[in-house]
Design a protein around this ligand. Structure first.
Ligand code: ADP
Length: 260
Protein backbone atom coordinates (compact mmCIF):
# COMPACT_ATOMS: atom_id res chain seq x y z
CA UNK A 1 0.00 0.00 0.00
CA UNK A 2 1.31 3.46 -0.82
CA UNK A 3 1.18 6.29 1.70
CA UNK A 4 -1.75 8.65 1.31
CA UNK A 5 -0.62 10.88 4.19
CA UNK A 6 2.96 11.34 5.25
CA UNK A 7 3.63 13.46 8.32
CA UNK A 8 7.25 14.38 9.03
CA UNK A 9 8.66 16.23 12.03
CA UNK A 10 5.47 18.15 12.91
CA UNK A 11 6.12 20.63 15.67
CA UNK A 12 3.75 23.10 17.30
CA UNK A 13 4.22 25.35 20.32
CA UNK A 14 1.58 27.48 21.98
CA UNK A 15 2.41 30.47 24.15
CA UNK A 16 -0.14 31.26 26.79
CA UNK A 17 0.19 33.38 29.92
CA UNK A 18 3.94 33.63 29.40
CA UNK A 19 4.29 29.86 29.31
CA UNK A 20 5.31 27.86 26.23
CA UNK A 21 3.54 24.55 25.66
CA UNK A 22 5.11 22.07 23.27
CA UNK A 23 1.84 20.63 21.89
CA UNK A 24 3.58 18.67 19.10
CA UNK A 25 7.21 17.65 19.29
CA UNK A 26 8.68 16.25 16.07
CA UNK A 27 5.74 13.96 15.20
CA UNK A 28 6.15 11.64 12.18
CA UNK A 29 3.95 8.85 10.79
CA UNK A 30 2.18 7.81 7.61
CA UNK A 31 -1.24 6.46 6.68
CA UNK A 32 -1.67 4.12 3.72
CA UNK A 33 -4.63 4.16 1.35
CA UNK A 34 -7.52 2.32 2.94
CA UNK A 35 -5.82 2.28 6.33
CA UNK A 36 -7.04 3.46 9.74
CA UNK A 37 -4.45 4.91 12.07
CA UNK A 38 -5.63 5.65 15.59
CA UNK A 39 -3.98 8.30 17.70
CA UNK A 40 -4.59 7.75 21.40
CA UNK A 41 -3.29 9.50 24.47
CA UNK A 42 -4.41 11.26 27.62
CA UNK A 43 -5.95 14.71 27.66
CA UNK A 44 -3.37 17.36 26.77
CA UNK A 45 -1.05 14.97 24.90
CA UNK A 46 -1.48 16.85 21.61
CA UNK A 47 -4.08 14.76 19.75
CA UNK A 48 -6.39 17.64 18.85
CA UNK A 49 -3.50 19.86 17.89
CA UNK A 50 -2.31 17.10 15.58
CA UNK A 51 -5.70 16.77 13.86
CA UNK A 52 -6.03 20.56 13.62
CA UNK A 53 -2.58 21.00 12.09
CA UNK A 54 -3.14 18.21 9.59
CA UNK A 55 -6.51 19.64 8.54
CA UNK A 56 -4.93 23.11 8.40
CA UNK A 57 -7.18 24.63 11.03
CA UNK A 58 -4.01 25.74 12.84
CA UNK A 59 -0.53 26.23 11.40
CA UNK A 60 2.56 24.20 12.28
CA UNK A 61 5.84 25.72 13.48
CA UNK A 62 7.88 23.10 11.66
CA UNK A 63 7.50 19.86 9.74
CA UNK A 64 5.68 18.78 6.62
CA UNK A 65 2.58 16.89 5.54
CA UNK A 66 2.40 15.21 2.17
CA UNK A 67 -1.18 14.33 1.27
CA UNK A 68 -2.36 12.69 -1.95
CA UNK A 69 0.74 13.85 -3.79
CA UNK A 70 0.65 17.46 -2.55
CA UNK A 71 2.90 19.38 -0.16
CA UNK A 72 -0.26 19.91 1.90
CA UNK A 73 0.87 22.47 4.47
CA UNK A 74 2.48 24.58 1.74
CA UNK A 75 -0.58 24.73 -0.55
CA UNK A 76 -1.57 28.35 -1.17
CA UNK A 77 -5.19 29.36 -0.50
CA UNK A 78 -6.57 28.78 -4.00
CA UNK A 79 -5.01 25.32 -4.33
CA UNK A 80 -6.13 24.46 -0.79
CA UNK A 81 -9.75 25.36 -1.63
CA UNK A 82 -9.55 23.04 -4.61
CA UNK A 83 -7.94 20.16 -2.71
CA UNK A 84 -9.76 20.54 0.62
CA UNK A 85 -12.68 18.25 -0.18
CA UNK A 86 -10.25 15.32 -0.26
CA UNK A 87 -9.51 15.63 3.48
CA UNK A 88 -12.58 15.88 5.70
CA UNK A 89 -12.94 16.15 9.44
CA UNK A 90 -15.68 14.95 11.79
CA UNK A 91 -15.62 16.25 15.36
CA UNK A 92 -17.10 14.95 18.58
CA UNK A 93 -19.96 17.41 18.37
CA UNK A 94 -21.14 17.56 14.77
CA UNK A 95 -23.17 20.70 15.55
CA UNK A 96 -19.86 22.49 15.66
CA UNK A 97 -19.64 22.00 11.91
CA UNK A 98 -23.35 22.14 11.03
CA UNK A 99 -25.62 25.09 11.82
CA UNK A 100 -28.22 23.61 14.22
CA UNK A 101 -31.08 25.44 12.50
CA UNK A 102 -30.18 23.93 9.14
CA UNK A 103 -32.21 21.04 7.77
CA UNK A 104 -30.63 17.67 7.13
CA UNK A 105 -30.98 18.41 3.42
CA UNK A 106 -29.14 21.73 3.55
CA UNK A 107 -26.44 20.38 5.89
CA UNK A 108 -25.54 17.71 3.34
CA UNK A 109 -26.19 19.81 0.21
CA UNK A 110 -23.91 22.63 1.45
CA UNK A 111 -20.63 21.00 0.46
CA UNK A 112 -22.14 19.91 -2.87
CA UNK A 113 -22.96 23.57 -3.57
CA UNK A 114 -19.79 25.10 -2.14
CA UNK A 115 -17.45 22.76 -4.00
CA UNK A 116 -19.74 22.56 -7.07
CA UNK A 117 -19.67 18.78 -6.91
CA UNK A 118 -23.03 18.10 -8.62
CA UNK A 119 -25.44 20.28 -10.63
CA UNK A 120 -28.09 21.99 -8.45
CA UNK A 121 -30.99 20.07 -9.99
CA UNK A 122 -29.39 16.83 -8.78
CA UNK A 123 -28.89 17.95 -5.17
CA UNK A 124 -31.95 16.15 -3.84
CA UNK A 125 -31.07 12.85 -5.46
CA UNK A 126 -27.43 13.15 -4.37
CA UNK A 127 -28.41 13.96 -0.77
CA UNK A 128 -30.81 10.98 -0.61
CA UNK A 129 -28.02 8.78 -1.95
CA UNK A 130 -25.65 10.09 0.74
CA UNK A 131 -28.27 9.53 3.46
CA UNK A 132 -28.58 5.98 2.24
CA UNK A 133 -24.82 5.48 2.52
CA UNK A 134 -24.98 6.38 6.22
CA UNK A 135 -28.13 4.27 6.68
CA UNK A 136 -30.56 7.13 7.31
CA UNK A 137 -34.02 7.31 5.71
CA UNK A 138 -34.95 9.99 3.15
CA UNK A 139 -37.80 10.97 5.52
CA UNK A 140 -35.22 12.91 7.59
CA UNK A 141 -34.49 15.34 4.74
CA UNK A 142 -36.60 18.25 5.96
CA UNK A 143 -35.97 17.78 9.69
CA UNK A 144 -33.90 20.39 11.50
CA UNK A 145 -30.50 19.12 12.50
CA UNK A 146 -31.17 20.04 16.15
CA UNK A 147 -34.31 17.85 16.21
CA UNK A 148 -32.62 14.58 15.37
CA UNK A 149 -30.76 12.31 17.81
CA UNK A 150 -27.02 12.45 18.57
CA UNK A 151 -26.39 9.26 16.61
CA UNK A 152 -28.34 10.57 13.62
CA UNK A 153 -26.45 13.87 13.78
CA UNK A 154 -23.16 12.00 13.70
CA UNK A 155 -24.38 10.13 10.60
CA UNK A 156 -25.42 13.42 8.98
CA UNK A 157 -21.93 14.77 9.71
CA UNK A 158 -20.49 11.69 8.03
CA UNK A 159 -22.79 12.08 5.01
CA UNK A 160 -21.70 15.70 4.78
CA UNK A 161 -18.06 14.59 4.77
CA UNK A 162 -18.76 11.85 2.20
CA UNK A 163 -20.41 14.41 -0.09
CA UNK A 164 -16.91 15.71 -0.77
CA UNK A 165 -15.67 12.28 -1.90
CA UNK A 166 -12.73 12.45 0.51
CA UNK A 167 -9.68 10.21 0.52
CA UNK A 168 -9.05 10.78 4.24
CA UNK A 169 -11.44 11.52 7.09
CA UNK A 170 -10.00 12.83 10.35
CA UNK A 171 -12.31 11.68 13.14
CA UNK A 172 -11.53 13.66 16.29
CA UNK A 173 -13.26 11.99 19.26
CA UNK A 174 -16.09 11.49 16.77
CA UNK A 175 -17.84 8.72 18.69
CA UNK A 176 -16.79 9.68 22.23
CA UNK A 177 -20.08 11.40 23.14
CA UNK A 178 -22.26 8.46 22.06
CA UNK A 179 -23.42 5.69 24.37
CA UNK A 180 -21.85 2.27 23.97
CA UNK A 181 -24.41 0.65 21.65
CA UNK A 182 -24.76 3.70 19.37
CA UNK A 183 -21.00 3.94 19.27
CA UNK A 184 -20.67 0.31 18.16
CA UNK A 185 -23.13 0.93 15.32
CA UNK A 186 -21.27 4.01 14.09
CA UNK A 187 -18.00 2.09 14.25
CA UNK A 188 -19.54 -0.70 12.13
CA UNK A 189 -20.73 1.95 9.66
CA UNK A 190 -17.25 3.50 9.51
CA UNK A 191 -15.72 0.11 8.75
CA UNK A 192 -18.31 -0.60 6.00
CA UNK A 193 -17.79 2.85 4.47
CA UNK A 194 -14.04 2.41 4.51
CA UNK A 195 -14.33 -0.73 2.39
CA UNK A 196 -16.99 0.68 0.05
CA UNK A 197 -15.31 4.06 -0.51
CA UNK A 198 -11.62 3.05 -0.12
CA UNK A 199 -11.26 5.63 2.65
CA UNK A 200 -8.40 6.22 5.04
CA UNK A 201 -9.10 7.36 8.59
CA UNK A 202 -7.08 9.21 11.17
CA UNK A 203 -9.00 8.24 14.27
CA UNK A 204 -8.24 10.41 17.29
CA UNK A 205 -9.47 9.14 20.64
CA UNK A 206 -8.57 9.13 24.32
CA UNK A 207 -10.14 5.67 24.59
CA UNK A 208 -8.30 2.53 23.45
CA UNK A 209 -11.52 0.49 23.55
CA UNK A 210 -12.93 2.64 20.75
CA UNK A 211 -9.94 2.21 18.45
CA UNK A 212 -9.46 -1.50 19.10
CA UNK A 213 -12.22 -2.44 16.67
CA UNK A 214 -11.33 0.06 13.95
CA UNK A 215 -7.64 0.84 13.74
CA UNK A 216 -5.12 -1.18 11.75
CA UNK A 217 -2.35 0.66 13.56
CA UNK A 218 -2.29 2.78 16.67
CA UNK A 219 0.02 5.61 17.72
CA UNK A 220 0.27 6.49 21.41
CA UNK A 221 0.93 10.13 22.27
CA UNK A 222 2.36 11.62 25.42
CA UNK A 223 3.36 15.26 25.91
CA UNK A 224 3.35 16.05 22.19
CA UNK A 225 5.35 13.02 21.09
CA UNK A 226 4.50 9.63 19.64
CA UNK A 227 5.93 7.25 22.23
CA UNK A 228 4.79 4.04 20.51
CA UNK A 229 3.28 3.10 17.15
CA UNK A 230 2.42 -0.30 15.70
CA UNK A 231 -0.31 -2.73 14.65
CA UNK A 232 -3.22 -2.35 17.09
CA UNK A 233 -3.43 -5.99 18.28
CA UNK A 234 0.33 -6.12 18.98
CA UNK A 235 0.19 -2.80 20.80
CA UNK A 236 -2.67 -3.98 23.00
CA UNK A 237 -1.25 -7.43 23.64
CA UNK A 238 2.37 -6.41 24.18
CA UNK A 239 2.60 -2.67 24.91
CA UNK A 240 6.15 -1.32 25.01
CA UNK A 241 5.58 2.08 26.62
CA UNK A 242 4.37 3.07 30.08
CA UNK A 243 1.71 5.27 28.46
CA UNK A 244 0.30 2.41 26.34
CA UNK A 245 0.20 0.25 29.48
CA UNK A 246 -1.63 3.01 31.38
CA UNK A 247 -4.22 3.46 28.60
CA UNK A 248 -4.81 -0.30 28.48
CA UNK A 249 -5.19 -0.45 32.26
CA UNK A 250 -7.88 2.25 32.01
CA UNK A 251 -10.12 -0.12 30.00
CA UNK A 252 -10.87 -3.21 32.11
CA UNK A 253 -12.36 -5.21 29.23
CA UNK A 254 -9.22 -4.76 27.17
CA UNK A 255 -7.23 -6.24 30.03
CA UNK A 256 -9.54 -9.20 30.18
CA UNK A 257 -9.13 -9.94 26.47
CA UNK A 258 -5.34 -9.92 26.96
CA UNK A 259 -5.49 -12.81 29.36
CA UNK A 260 -7.90 -14.95 27.31
P1 ADP B 1 -5.43 16.62 23.48
O1 ADP B 1 -6.26 16.74 22.27
O2 ADP B 1 -4.60 15.36 23.53
O3 ADP B 1 -6.22 16.79 24.76
P2 ADP B 1 -4.40 19.22 22.79
O4 ADP B 1 -3.83 19.13 21.43
O5 ADP B 1 -5.75 19.82 22.93
O6 ADP B 1 -4.34 17.78 23.48
O7 ADP B 1 -3.42 20.06 23.72
C1 ADP B 1 -2.02 19.82 23.78
C2 ADP B 1 -1.39 20.88 24.67
O8 ADP B 1 -1.48 22.16 24.03
C3 ADP B 1 -2.08 21.04 26.02
O9 ADP B 1 -1.10 21.35 26.99
C4 ADP B 1 -3.01 22.22 25.81
O10 ADP B 1 -3.24 22.91 27.01
C5 ADP B 1 -2.19 23.07 24.83
N1 ADP B 1 -3.05 23.88 23.93
C6 ADP B 1 -3.94 23.39 23.03
N2 ADP B 1 -4.52 24.39 22.35
C7 ADP B 1 -3.99 25.56 22.85
C8 ADP B 1 -4.18 26.95 22.55
N3 ADP B 1 -5.02 27.35 21.60
N4 ADP B 1 -3.46 27.85 23.26
C9 ADP B 1 -2.58 27.45 24.23
N5 ADP B 1 -2.35 26.16 24.54
C10 ADP B 1 -3.04 25.22 23.87
Amino acid sequence: MSALLEVTGLTKRYSSHGRVVQALDNVSFSIAEGETLAVVGPSGSGKSTLSRVITRLVSADAGSVRFAGTDWLALPAAALRRERPRMQMVFQDPLEAVNPRATVFSAIADPLRIHRLVPRREFRRAVIHLLDKVQLPASLLDRAVHEISGGQRQRVALARALACQPRLIVLDEAVSALDVSLRARIIDLLIDLQRAEKLSYLFVSHDLAVVKATAHRTAVMEAGRIVEIGPTPALINAPQSEMARALIAAVPRLNLSRTL
